[in-house]
Design a protein around this ligand. Structure first.
Ligand SMILES: Cc1cc2nc3c(=O)[nH]c(=O)nc-3n(C[C@H](O)[C@H](O)[C@H](O)COP(=O)(O)O)c2cc1C
Ligand SMILES: *[C@@H]1O[C@H](CO)[C@@H](O)[C@H](O)[C@H]1NC(C)=O
Ligand SMILES: *[C@@H]1O[C@H](CO)[C@@H](O)[C@H](O)[C@H]1NC(C)=O
Ligand SMILES: *[C@@H]1O[C@H](CO)[C@@H](O)[C@H](O)[C@H]1NC(C)=O
Ligand SMILES: *[C@@H]1O[C@H](CO)[C@@H](O)[C@H](O)[C@H]1NC(C)=O
Ligand SMILES: *[C@@H]1O[C@H](CO)[C@@H](O)[C@H](O)[C@H]1NC(C)=O
Length: 385
């Protein structure tokens, strides 16, 4: 008899033993149990990015929190985004001099210098967490010298957000857009973006139809863009003619579309399934990055490839970088951190910088630029499969 038949009777028990945890249990419930609803624990009690979710869930009211937290339909892609990283085990190397690892975090994104290979992904409605809304992301990203990409449906206007940059224009922002079918309006929007000194346009292409959002529907806080939208590569080329800025497609989810992006002159692509908010069953960026790597690792050198979704730990960042991803985005952790205002967002950035450095050190990576696919065993290890 095949051995898997012998295991079958135990399967339900095995599944029951692994409930989905929105955040792994690391003792926060016990340590911060006396935090009253509607208040925030002391920021020094926040030790990792998942803690900001815990804090925001108690602090924000249920409809506002649900707007940030929700995923599409049964949220299988939302959960898969979080779990995918732990399907692949690291391959740490010993006896390597890692004492300079911190100095190797800085990188460039489309030629712009930043202190670390991660950025704040575009998320709508920053004002639900804090009255200063997106201003806190500009200030914290500026202070820590990382990239921030404001969302088209931000609480504040593009002009209000740009006004928070230092007056010497030393801070680089990209701008995310959704577009209407009215090219006159699109041209006006692009001109406004250029006029604000923004360095690139991030065009979200994964939302041609409305997101199917059950959790959000219970509170009437579904997606902001509910129409069917005309988005094709021909249209993309037309957009490139309407601006001197690079236009980066966000929401690419297959190697075929990466190749088409290259054919159509894209300077970069952004792998994302919108935080699992659009199409349930869509792959995590890690799975797409692996698909690209297995097809042709050189694709990561032909254009810059960014990725987001479910990144919560330094080691998650390392797994994406190992495949050739240039920079990694985070959405919800920064939105939740914004309940604390600029100090919270800055602490989130500092915590992740430190985790990237110490995890790379323990992985035996002497220089973050030298990380490659050999640092990860790219075989599904059975966790979360
Ligand atoms: C509350 C919220 C609002 C979002 N709004 C947008 C948006 O307006 N445009 C967009 O391209 N992506 C949007 N996203 C997706 C993010 O840019 C990003 O892809 C996603 O949050 C990454 O997953 P993570 O939250 O697990 O880090 C949003 C995500 C969240 C959580
Ligand atoms: C970016 O960093 C490089 C290398 O450190 C430096 O030569 C260059 O002047 C920097 N560019 C800007 C715009 O600061
Ligand atoms: C939640 O708070 C927002 C303000 O951010 C308010 O507009 C909304 O009515 C509140 N919802 C509930 C259910 O209390
Ligand atoms: C620009 O201004 C900011 C904030 O005042 C300062 O930290 C930064 O060093 C300045 N940068 C340059 C290139 O002058
Ligand atoms: C497109 O937008 C422009 C500028 O807002 C407006 O004047 C024009 O009427 C719009 N065209 C259509 C077909 O709606
Ligand atoms: C873009 O502009 C070039 C040069 O004017 C033109 O040849 C090309 O057809 C345009 N492409 C699109 C898609 O409009």
């Amino acid at each position: 008899m095949h051995s898997s038949f012998l295991l079958l009777p135990f399967l339900p028990a095995a599944l029951a033993a692994r409930p989905f945890l929105n955040e792994p249990t690391t003792g926060i419930d016990e340590a911060l149990a006396n935090t009253p609803a509607g208040t925030l624990p002391d920021l020094q009690g926040i030790v990792g990015l998942p803690d900001f979710d815990w804090a925001a869930r108690r602090y924000m009211n249920v409809s506002d929190y649900t707007y940030y937290r929700n995923g599409a339909a049964g949220e299988w892609s939302y959960r898969n985004n979080l779990e995918a990283y732990n399907r692949f085990r690291l391959r740490p190397r010993m006896m390597v001099d890692v004492t300079n690892i911190e100095s190797t975090l800085p990188t460039t994104i489309l030629g712009h210098n930043f202190s670390a290979p991660f950025f704040i992904s575009p998320c709508s409605r920053g004002g639900l967490a804090h009255p200063d809304a997106e201003k806190n992301f500009v200030r914290a990203a500026g202070a820590e010298n990382i990239l921030y990409i404001p969302a088209f449906f931000a609480t504040l206007s593009m002009e209000e957000i740009a006004a928070e940059k230092p007056s010497n224009d030393s801070q680089t922002l990209f701008q995310q857009v959704y577009l209407s079918s009215n090219d006159t309006e699109t041209q006006q929007l692009f001109d406004r973006i250029e006029g604000l000194g923004t360095k690139a346009i991030v065009f979200t292409v994964d939302s041609a139809a409305d997101g199917n959002r059950h959790r959000a529907a219970r509170y009437g806080v579904g997606s902001a863009d509910s129409s069917y939208t005309y988005i094709t590569w021909d249209y993309y080329n037309k957009l490139q003619n309407m601006t001197s800025l690079p236009v980066i497609p966000k929401g690419i989810q297959s190697v075929e579309d990466v190749k088409l992006a290259i054919e159509h002159g894209a300077p970069a692509v952004f792998l994302s399934n919108h935080g699992g908010r659009q199409l349930d069953g869509s792959p995590s960026a890690l799975e797409v990055a692996l698909e690209i790597y297995e097809e042709d690792p050189q694709l990561f050198r032909q254009i810059e490839i960014y990725a987001d979704g479910g990144v919560r730990y330094g080691a998650d960042v390392l797994k994406l970088l190992a495949l050739g991803v240039r920079a990694v985005g985070l959405g919800r952790p920064f939105m939740y951190a914004n309940t604390y205002g600029v100090e919270g967002v800055q602490r989130a950035i500092q915590l992740l910088k430190r985790e990237i450095a110490i995890d790379a050190g323990n992985l035996g990576v002497p220089d973050l630029k030298a990380i490659d696919a050999s640092y990860v065993k790219w075989v599904n290890n059975g966790w979360y499969s």
